[in-house]
Design a protein around this ligand. Structure first.
Ligand code: AVI
Length: 320
């Protein structure tokens, strides 16, 4: 633990390095080949995701910001007081700014696996918000959710925006929500974004933007693997696919092989025949009632839900 400024403490929980080769080999050689969406996010992937959020088709980010901007005060009133805001996967800590400005909590605790990203963002915030004590924690999701409770202090308000919760499959999601309940602790709360079910055209357009940024984002996972593992993907012979699956209420992103792909995975070779689809991401879409029920199942008591006038996106507040 290091104190970097008067109002900034940095805690490094040293997230364990994952064995990328064995994980990728297992998922690519499975009967249904897949890649975990975390492989999107190298520096180019993070830049592309940021660009996606500004496309006209990708409504979630701007809609959620507008909801937060219109209702920050109302949400705070439903909450009562807020001592600490904790944010798992805080990234560049951009979205929380609005809450730091409007709620002026005593403490902000970003939890982020990327040490470089966390250092930069927390130093910037500490300079900009001298009245907020920042406890930056470098940790992976598992470590973050197992963090000890706040001692004598009241529970934390866990902030989990962006509908990232939609990228978890139902079983994982239930476990993750229980983890957020633990992180919030007794007397705590959760403020979480959940993208809503809507017409298929709008959903499909959001994941097939006309500038091709989502396609580049999806394909970038392969450039990332080529760079880290030298696995010889011919990226020019792969294509981006994204479509809504109405049975499972989710957008599915895949990468389809346009020609046979001969891959080198460590000492082993593996062939993915033309036509193979690698499932790279699911993005579940919710109903307000369905998501509230999931919060209840994880032990939360819903306190309120805010949406935009077109009911595209929802922000849920729940107490532990
Ligand atoms: C990060 N996550 C909430 C995004 C989503 O919409 O599921 C990731 C994304 N994938 C393609 N576009 C954006």
């Amino acid at each position: 633990h290091r104190q970097l400024r008067r109002n900034l403490n940095f805690y490094d929980l040293q997230p364990p390095a994952t064995n990328m080769l064995s994980e990728v080999t297992r998922s690519l050689t499975a009967a249904q080949p897949s890649l975990h969406p975390k492989f999107f996010y190298d520096s180019e992937g993070s830049r592309l995701f940021d660009a996606i959020t500004r496309t006209p088709e990708y409504y979630p980010t701007r809609t959620e910001s507008a909801i937060l901007d219109s209702h920050a005060e109302d949400i705070r009133q439903h909450l009562g007081r807020c001592h600490t805001i904790a944010e798992p996967g805080a990234g560049s800590c951009e979205k929380v700014r609005l809450l730091l400005e409007r709620w002026a909590p005593e403490q902000y605790m970003p939890l982020e696996i990327s040490r470089a990203c966390l250092l930069e963002a927390s130093q910037r915030l500490a300079a900009e918000f001298p009245g907020v004590n920042i406890s930056a924690v470098c940790a992976d999701y598992c470590q973050a959710l197992a963090l000890p409770q706040n001692g004598q202090q009241p529970g934390r308000v866990v902030f989990f925006p962006g509908s990232t919760i939609g990228n978890f499959d139902p079983t994982e999601r239930a476990a993750f929500l229980r983890g957020l309940h633990h992180l919030a602790g007794p007397g705590g709360a959760l403020l979480i974004g959940a993208d809503l079910q809507k017409d298929t055209e709008r959903l499909n357009a959001a994941y097939n933007d006309s500038q091709g940024l989502t396609a580049a984002f999806n394909l970038n996972a392969l450039h990332h693997l080529n760079r880290e593992l030298d696995c010889h993907f011919d990226v020019s012979q792969m294509r981006h696919l994204a479509f809504y699956n109405p049975q499972l209420n989710r957008i599915e992103m895949h990468l389809e092989c346009l020609a046979d792909q001969q891959l080198l995975l460590g000492q082993h070779t593996c062939c993915l025949p033309a036509g193979t689809r690698i499932h790279t991401e699911s993005s579940y879409k919710f109903t307000v009632e369905g998501f509230s029920k999931e919060l209840c199942d994880a032990g939360f008591q819903p306190l309120g839900c805010w949406t935009d006038p077109d009911k595209l996106f929802s922000l849920h507040l729940a107490a532990t």
